[in-house]
Design a protein around this ligand. Structure first.
Ligand SMILES: Nc1ncnc2c1ncn2[C@@H]1O[C@H](COP(=O)(O)OP(=O)(O)OP(=O)(O)O)[C@@H](O)[C@H]1O
Ligand SMILES: O=P(O)(O)OC[C@@]1(O)O[C@H](CO)[C@@H](O)[C@@H]1O
Length: 322
């Protein structure tokens, strides 16, 4: 299996571990790390860890872009980079010992019309050349790309027989649904936004996921933070959860989940168990480190079709929407 990812707004993810976040002061970091970032990049990293082939398509610019490409090369991940005028962004996370995490995502470079076309053409060429089984479209759209950019990509990929998974939010997600992506992976906030109403319980999330399927998605893998995950597809509704001893950083946990889902075939219960095991493992690792097979505890995942409809949805530890 080859998973082609496209991340139109990738990043270098710098994480500082700090004792406590105090506004208006100089904070001294205990440790810091830099990870290659952006949602599709993370999916590629986790898919590679799971032993599958992957290629990451992304715009690259400036010294940050060169470092991102270098870091991915060190991880053995094939990169199809599209050179751009602007510089790749740097996103910063401040991680506190109790698991609270404050994240600053930069806007990223403006992508010009020629650069946008080069990205689309690169995705199309790589999909053919690598015989891609999946195209995974992930993350926010940078300035310069229209809201229907993913929609065009999904339509093109599906027409050429490549299955598509999409993890985006807001207008970009809404616009892409009509192009019928095979899988979408919203978190609770993204799901609420796309249906235009607040979600209080798992039952509300199930109804929202059904609505998203009616709008065009084949399957909805909804990640619900600490609660676990919901899969609503043509075969039914499944819920799975896994215990986590201590959360170190939840950045990229959703991306690890999507990778776990695809690595196990991208459908039904077995794939959901893999998704939850990947999410639970990812939050126990620093920064946006992606889990390796040895980090996974598949036997600890509880899976049920008896979905706990009344269970309240909780927010991330610090109430942040990421
Ligand atoms: N606080 C937590 N405790 C236990 N498990 C968690 C926690 N946060 C996340 N997870 C696991 O990781 C999965 C994905 O997390 P989440 O729903 O926060 O994704 P996300 O918002 O898409 O993340 P990101 O955008 O950073 O990749 C969850 O479904 C769950 O399995
Ligand atoms: O700004 P976007 O594209 O919505 O999200 C970017 C990002 O927060 O997503 C990944 C975690 O999922 C990080 O690697 C990266 O910094």
């Amino acid at each position: 299996m080859t998973v082609l990812t496209v991340t139109p707004n990738p990043s270098l993810d710098r994480t500082y571990e700090i004792p406590a976040l105090t506004r208006g002061t100089v904070l001294r970091a205990g440790t810091d790390r830099v990870d290659p970032g952006g949602k599709g990049v993370n999916v590629s990293r986790a898919v590679a860890s799971a032993g599958h082939r992957t290629v990451a398509v992304l715009p690259l610019g400036g010294p940050e872009g060169a470092l991102l490409s270098h870091l991915l090369g060190d991880l053995g991940i094939a990169v199809a980079g599209v050179p751009i005028q602007g510089s790749t962004r740097v996103n910063v996370s401040l991680a506190e010992p109790d698991g609270a995490l404050t994240k600053i995502n930069a806007a990223g470079p403006h992508i010009g019309a020629d650069e946008s076309q080069a990205l689309l053409d690169t995705v199309a060429a790589e999909a053919v050349e690598r015989h891609a089984s999946w195209l995974v479209c992930c993350g926010s759209l940078p300035r310069g790309l229209a809201d229907d950019w993913y929609a065009a990509l999904v339509t093109r990929a599906r027409a050429s027989g490549v299955r598509v998974a999409l993890d985006s939010s807001g207008p970009a997600l809404a616009a892409a649904l009509a192009a019928r992506p095979d899988v979408v992976k919203p978190n609770a906030d993204e799901l609420a936004e796309v249906v235009g109403r607040p979600l209080a319980t798992v039952g509300d999330a199930v109804k929202a996921a059904e609505q998203v399927r009616e709008a065009g998605a084949g399957a909805v893998l909804a990640s619900l933070g600490a609660i676990g995950q919901l899969l609503v597809d043509a075969t039914g509704t499944y819920f799975a959860t896994a215990p986590v001893a201590a959360v170190r950083s939840d950045v990229g946990a959703g991306d690890a989940s999507l990778a776990g889902f695809l690595a196990e075939g991208g459908a039904r219960a077995k794939a959901l168990v893999s998704a939850v095991a990947h999410g639970a493992a990812a939050v126990q690792l620093p920064g946006s480190q992606m889990p390796a097979p040895g980090d996974l505890s598949l036997d600890k995942v509880s899976l049920t079709t008896d979905v706990p409809m009344d269970l309240p949805l909780s927010h991330n530890v610090n109430g942040a929407v990421r």
